[in-house]
Design a protein around this ligand. Structure first.
Ligand code: G3H
Length: 254
């Protein structure tokens, strides 16, 4: 029974890999839209994956969201990765504190026995404040760490859900709706073909910076996120996906 299950999922994983053109896919059983523990299983699978790739002295940039919070919840000491540094990928993006990258980054680092640095910036930022904040020496120092992260781990959201959860203004909601945005990751909103429709102005990782990381891991599941996952992967900026059966089965349809 167990072997059948494993081989069944490896076929599903291969189909998702082919569909999204990614190097590695992990699918956990269940649909996290319906059952909370499925998100924790994705968190655990993401921790296992990190454990398999991380080395000593590496920097890991993490984003916010409930999927990343599940990764932090399931984090355990990373034996082979001594002296690792966790940093938040970008600013808070208007999330509640428990879903902010800073909070998640600190929890992950503590549980992994790693170090962490935080980014204290209000966001979204006006152009003027943005320019002065990125000139601050303490911000510059952490930005340098973020942009050189060896590994990036992030969530992917449904565009409309994310814009509402972060209380985006009417003008921004209009832009997201007019542009037919489907997905959101790192504060960037993408349409069905992967074009950026809107970007929250904040300090930290920019989409282009992902080209410098060896490994960019997306953690996103739930049947309702299938179209968002497809849209985000059109950009081809992440090379690993940890997801669940609900999203995986939906995203390989047709
Ligand atoms: O950017 C994407 C969101 O952080 C995803 O949030 O994991 O709570 O769905 P979520």
């Amino acid at each position: 029974e167990f072997i059948k299950e494993v081989s069944g999922f490896s076929v599903l994983e291969q189909s998702v890999k082919d569909k999204l053109h990614v190097d590695h896919v992990v699918v956990v059983p269940g649909n996290s839209d319906e059952l909370d523990w499925v998100k924790q299983e994705m968190g655990k699978a993401a921790v296992d994956f990190l454990r398999s790739i991380l080395h000593a002295n590496q920097t890991i940039a993490v984003t916010g969201g409930t999927s990343m919070a599940a990764v932090a919840e399931m984090m355990t000491p990373l034996e082979r990765a001594e002296n690792c540094m966790f940093v938040p990928a970008r600013g808070g993006l208007g999330e509640r504190v428990e879903n902010q990258a800073n909070t998640i980054c600190a929890e992950m680092a503590k549980k992994a026995n790693g170090e962490y640095r935080l980014l204290y910036v209000p966001d979204p930022l006006s152009e003027e404040s943005y320019q002065s904040i990125i000139g601050e020496p303490s911000v510059k120092e952490i930005l340098h760490l973020i942009k050189q992260a060896d590994v990036v781990i992030h969530g992917i959201g449904d565009a409309w859900t994310m814009a509402q959860r972060r209380k985006a203004s009417g003008k921004i909601l209009q832009r997201i709706s007019d542009g037919n945005a489907v997905s959101e990751a790192f504060g960037y909103y993408f349409n069905q073909t992967g074009d950026v429709i809107h970007k929250v102005r904040t300090v930290g990782l920019q989409l282009e910076d992902l080209d410098n990381s060896q490994c960019v891991v997306a953690v996103a599941g739930g049947k309702s996120k299938a179209q968002a996952i497809i849209s985000y992967f059109k950009q081809g900026k992440s090379n690993v996906l940890v997801t669940d059966e609900g999203a995986a089965k939906e995203l390989i349809r047709d």
